[in-house]
Design a protein around this ligand. Structure first.
Ligand code: C2E
Ligand code: MG
Ligand code: MG
Ligand code: MG
Length: 284
């Protein structure tokens, strides 16, 4: 009997696995042609210094618009892009597109602060990563001080020696480095000083949980304190409510990013937002 149910279980799981494999294979095929079919696009989200209402940067987010599958978010396709190596071409496209766009915004004086670009672990570990960055800057004619790369602690921890070397080169090129999703992982404060980090983005799960979790409150307070001491900009990410904003201001956090200010916007809407002096009214 037990054998029978065992084989039933087997028959039951097998088609599901089969389906999932087929789904992923199909998605991989679609993703591999997404670039040439021009289905990828970027949305942009500004961040702001709350007191002065000064916009202090803008971050690029990848989107995949498929004619049948609709608009897809990074979590739906980036893991696959990383496993298959497609992330290299996609990542380069993101860098080029965002830097090219930012050069236009700088030229038209809609912003004079850096563009932040998310770098996946695989991208960062490639041996010629700094060359890729240098080429993009040259191709798009973007001054390096206007580029900020967002990486995570996991990316640094993966290969400390490589990270040390790469980050030093990037810093020497004049590029800014942001630690994304900080507070979620190890929160290794030593990294902040060792790697000359310019910006910390406090993880949005922590930000959104602040009201209910006194431990997170203590973590955020410590991060803000260290940031001030090391002269690192601390940005709270994913702020959705006035209550979260007030709590963070109380803790001494000066910069925020999130839907309370604006959700990530299409290119044209971003231009309008950056050019409109009333864009921060939602905060008051
Ligand atoms: P992240 O860099 O930590 O980005 C923050 C995410 O929060 C973005 O999701 C953004 O759209 C979303 N967000 C912003 N404000 C709010 C808010 O107020 N509430 C909520 N609930 N969400 C908010 P998205 O665009 O889905 O990106 C998710 C992650 O995917 C990013 O996390 C980043 O790690 C990665 N990613 C996005 N674009 C790229 C890219 O071009 N290259 C690479 N390698 N990774 C990317
Ligand atoms: Mg980010
Ligand atoms: Mg983040
Ligand atoms: Mg994230």
């Amino acid at each position: 009997k037990s054998q029978e149910s065992g084989s039933n279980t087997y028959k039951f799981i097998q088609p599901q696995i089969q389906e999932e494999i087929e789904r992923l294979l199909k998605l991989e095929k679609l993703l591999s042609s997404a670039l040439e079919k021009k289905e990828l696009c970027l949305h942009y989200q500004p961040r702001i210094k709350v007191e002065s209402r000064e916009i202090t940067g803008v971050e690029a987010f990848l989107r995949w618009n498929h004619p049948e599958l609709g608009c897809m978010y990074p979590k739906q396709f980036l893991p696959l892009a990383e496993e298959t190596g497609l992330i290299m071409d996609i990542g380069e496209w993101v860098l080029e597109t965002a830097c090219f766009q930012h050069r236009i915004w700088l030229k038209n004086n809609v912003i004079q602060k850096p563009i932040s670009i998310n770098i996946s672990n695989y991208q960062f570990q490639q041996p010629n990563f700094t060359n890729v960055i240098a080429n993009v800057l040259e191709k798009t004619d973007l001054p390096s001080e206007f580029l900020e790369l967002e990486i995570t602690e996991e990316t640094i921890a993966q290969d400390l020696e490589l990270a040390q070397k790469t980050l030093l080169q990037l810093k020497e090129m004049g590029i800014k480095i942001c630690l994304d999703d900080f507070g979620k992982g190890m929160s290794a404060l030593g990294y902040l000083k060792q790697f000359q980090i310019d910006t910390i983005k406090i993880d949005q799960d922590i930000v959104q949980n602040l009201e209910n979790n006194s431990q997170d409150l203590a973590i955020v307070s410590a991060i803000i304190g260290v940031g001030k001491n090391f002269n690192i900009a601390v940005v709270a990410e994913g702020i959705e409510s006035k209550k979260q904003l007030d709590l963070l201001l109380e803790l001494g956090c000066e910069e925020i990013q999130g839907n309370l200010l604006t959700e990530p916007l299409k290119m044209g809407d971003t231009t309008n937002f950056l050019a409109n002096p009333n864009n921060s009214l939602t905060l008051s």
